[in-house]
Design a protein around this ligand. Structure first.
Ligand SMILES: NC(=O)c1ccc[n+]([C@@H]2O[C@H](COP(=O)([O-])OP(=O)(O)OC[C@H]3O[C@@H](n4cnc5c(N)ncnc54)[C@H](O)[C@@H]3O)[C@@H](O)[C@H]2O)c1
Length: 269
């Protein structure tokens, strides 16, 4: 009788389903904390990655931790509030890697200004940083993919505030809600072109953008409302990123908002 082995390895199956080898991922805001971790996960899964931002030193600080001089991780300088600068990303990356498969829109900025005090400049600035950047990113890569008859995956970084407005985050909530609507609208419009458009909504992750507004009472309120009782770590966004990026694992996923928040959103008291 032949012995039946009870041990098996799922490694090959897993690698096949999440295969990202040789794909090229653009991460707008990849110089920052959360998108830097998402970029790291994509790179470690075999993608070539391009971190887009305004500060080369911040990109280098990420590269030092993982890619360490590899040709398959690069920085592209762009202020993504300007259309021409967003458009300049595609020829630069095409020269380096020849194609683009995954595009992450992850620039964002919070502001605690109460509604009655929001001036016109702040209003347009917050829309510019949290919404215009995402619109320019989607439109630029979408037009490119459609003209080439190539599919792809767009991941927009939303927030808890996109669904239910967060206190002390008026303009941010407004812009993220519009970002989520844009994501759904494009998922519907671009499905025939094999372009999947999804959002990731991180819960609370202390980073450069929100540290200043996380005083003790706010921290207690957030953690008291988070069943897991802690903040998120940037690396905890990697699983969601790989799922949405992978054309096999994520093949039927479009127009979704993947929440990564320790249970914050589903908790009412
Ligand atoms: N930190 C959180 O708890 C949290 C929660 C939910 C959603 N988010 C979202 O996650 C995303 C990343 O946030 P983060 O916490 O990592 O912040 P971060 O400040 O570390 O990262 C943002 C990056 O974008 C860059 N950037 C800003 N304006 C730019 C511009 N005009 N052109 C090019 N680059 C620009 C910044 O220099 C920075 O490197 C944002 O969209 C944010 O709204 C964060």
């Amino acid at each position: 009788m032949t012995a039946v082995s009870t041990h098996h390895s799922g490694g090959e199956f897993f690698r096949n389903v999440f295969d990202l080898e040789g794909k090229v991922a653009i991460i707008i805001g990849g110089t920052g904390s959360l998108c830097g971790a998402m970029a790291k996960g994509l790179w470690q899964s075999g993608c070539k990655v391009v971190l887009v931002g305004r500060n080369a030193d911040k990109a280098e600080a990420h590269f030092k931790n993982w890619s360490a001089g590899s040709e398959s991780a690069r920085f592209c300088r762009a202020d993504v509030t300007a259309r021409a600068e967003v458009e300049s990303i595609i020829p630069a990356v095409s020269d380096w890697y020849g194609r683009i498969d995954i595009w992450v829109n992850g620039v964002g900025m919070v502001s605690p200004t109460p509604y009655t005090e929001i001036g016109d400049d702040e209003f347009s600035n917050m829309i510019k940083i949290n919404l215009l950047t995402v619109h320019l990113g989607c439109q630029t890569i979408g037009k490119n993919w459609i003209s080439k008859k190539q599919g792809g995956s767009i991941i927009n970084v939303a927030s808890m505030s996109a669904i239910r407005p967060l206190s002390r985050n008026f303009m941010y909530s407004l812009a993220k809600a519009a970002l989520w609507n844009l994501t759904q609208n494009l998922a519907r419009e671009w499905a025939p072109y094999r372009i999947r458009v999804n959002a990731i909504s991180p819960g609370f992750f202390p980073t450069a953008i929100n540290r200043a507004i996380l005083d003790k009472s706010r921290v207690d309120a957030i953690l008291g409302h988070t069943p897991m009782g802690r903040f998120g770590e940037p690396e905890e966004l990697i699983g969601a990123t790989l799922l949405l990026a992978s054309e096999k694992a994520g093949s039927f996923i479009t127009g979704s908002n993947l929440v990564v928040d320790g249970g914050f959103a589903i908790t009412s008291i």
